[in-house]
Design a protein around this ligand. Structure first.
Ligand SMILES: CC(C)(COP(=O)(O)OP(=O)(O)O)[C@@H](O)C(=O)NCCC(N)=O
Length: 460
């Protein structure tokens, strides 16, 4: 099989034409691309890893040629600008990996773009699973990402509104791709594209019928503080929309559907495009906000409690009074036993059923959750991926909501808490730059208040 790989690569990954003939050489036969795609699809996971390693290692940049041109460029520094630009262009051309031409040719055959999107998904998985740490694989991923970013730039994407009149195959995909609040049945789906709801997707001519990223919006009077009122209760299915009851747009679910387009920022562009779309439909609409889950909070909290139990530092997290209540409610003795009892309560979600316990735990969990979202970092950015996504877009961490998602999933994932990331339209670009460049998290008074309560308690 390995020899088969080498043979096909040598044949279909043609050498880079010389600089002089680069615009004159005819493209290789389409059959090369089709054969490459067919062969790749016939490989299993392990073979694909081997094949991609060979492709990126043996058919990439001609490093020797690059270094010779780099030396030449150094020697040209005293010459006139025209000569310098000439040599720079040669150097630029020599940095083109051989396989890049093949990728461009593949993009021109039927189904080629989709093939390349899936190819990048495979490469990303290779990198993530550490099956191959080779620098060439990263280079291949970078080359694919830059090509895909050009082909999937906003100007080439189409905004489609999904309604109950949309083709079944699209509605079926919308239902299948819904990653945040799974669609339960047709009635549920119909509600999500019905009155006081909007569902938008970006599509691309090269991948017809494939929603690339999907955004679900609820049109409400105020900014929603719970998901039940959006996806659970089947309130009167009023057939009309009373415009006077529509002042806010709540983004309650967004999902990208193509793993290979990760990093192309489609979700960010879709939110911005939908905001403009809604402003033109509802000129008086003034409030734009997400209602977001907080995946990972419960797990983080249990880890923290475990750590504190080991260090016997539980007291930092709860006040005297709060520990007393927990000890009484769980019939546990002060110290590590109470900390363990609390950890068990959180992981079982039992506390939600007791009015008294949830009363005691509300301020505790709210300030811990505020710290988790605002204070916990990974390489300087928000640890929570959803927070990181909205903060990159320039949203403000605006409001934590208690008992916002009382579904088993909501309680298990984030103790039932949800958060509004609010888009103050004239501040998003400033906030986004502050976050991306200085790692500053823009947050509301409510969030900052909860964070300072946490810090007072645990002197972190
Ligand atoms: C949140 C999403 C849509 C962001 O996608 P996108 O804007 O394309 O960001 P990126 O993947 O280009 O960095 C994506 O990360 C996703 O689908 N996440 C899983 C579902 C969710 N909403 O958390």
């Amino acid at each position: 099989r390995a020899s088969g790989m080498e043979e096909i690569l040598a044949r279909v990954v043609v050498p880079l034409p010389s600089y002089e003939t680069r615009d004159k050489s005819p493209p290789p036969p389409e059959s090369n691309s089709l054969e490459f795609m067919h062969f790749y699809r016939s490989l299993d996971k392990v073979e694909k890893a081997e094949f991609l390693t060979k492709l990126s290692r043996d058919h990439g940049v001609d490093h020797k040629g690059v270094s010779e041109l780099a030396v030449k460029l150094l020697d040209t520094q005293q010459r006139d600008l025209a000569t310098i630009l000439q040599v720079e262009d040669r150097l630029r051309y020599s940095l083109t990996p051989r396989y890049k031409q093949l990728l461009c040719h593949i993009s021109r055959v039927e189904g080629g773009v989709k093939f390349l999107v899936d190819l990048r998904a495979d490469v990303l998985e290779l990198i993530a699973s550490k099956v191959s740490e080779s620098p060439q694989i990263r280079d291949l991923s970078g080359t694919l990402k830059s090509l895909l970013s050009e082909w999937f730039s906003v100007g080439l994407l189409r905004l489609e509104r999904i309604t109950w009149q949309s083709p079944c195959e699209i509605l079926q995909k919308i239902s299948q791709y819904e990653a945040v609040h799974p669609v339960r049945n047709w009635t549920d789906l119909k509600r999500r594209v019905g009155p006081y709801r909007r569902c938008y997707a970006f599509t691309h001519a090269a991948m017809p019928g494939e929603p690339l990223v999907v955004l679900h919006v609820a049109l409400t009077e105020e900014i929603s503080n719970n998901i039940q009122s959006i996806v659970r209760e089947f309130a009167t299915l009023d057939s009309e929309e009373d415009v006077n009851k529509i002042n806010s747009a709540i983004f309650y679910s967004i999902s990208s559907t193509q793993a290979g387009l990760q990093g192309v920022e489609l979700g960010n562009y879709l939110i911005k495009k939908v905001v403009r779309e809604l402003q033109s439909e509802f000129p008086h609409m003034a409030q734009f906000s997400s209602l977001s889950p907080i995946p990972g909070f419960s797990v983080w909290l249990q880890g923290l409690l475990n750590q504190y139990r080991k260090d016997n530092r539980g007291t930092d997290l709860l006040s005297e009074h709060e520990w007393k209540e927990v000890e009484q409610a769980t019939d546990s003795s002060p110290g590590s036993q109470a900390t363990e009892a609390l950890r068990k309560l959180i992981s079982s979600g039992e506390w939600m059923r007791s009015e008294r316990l949830s009363g005691v735990l509300e301020p505790v969990l709210m300030r811990l959750c505020a710290w988790y979202l605002y204070g916990e970092k990974r390489r300087g950015y928000a640890l929570n991926p959803v927070a990181n996504f909205h903060l990159q877009n320039g949203a403000t961490m605006w409001r934590l909501n208690w008992r916002a998602d009382t579904s088993p999933r909501g309680v298990a994932n984030s103790c039932g808490i949800m958060v509004n990331y609010r888009y103050f339209l004239n501040e998003t670009s400033k906030n986004s730059a502050l976050y991306l460049q200085n790692k500053v998290v823009t947050a509301s008074e409510q969030v900052l208040g909860l964070v300072s309560q946490f810090q007072k308690n645990s002197k972190l």
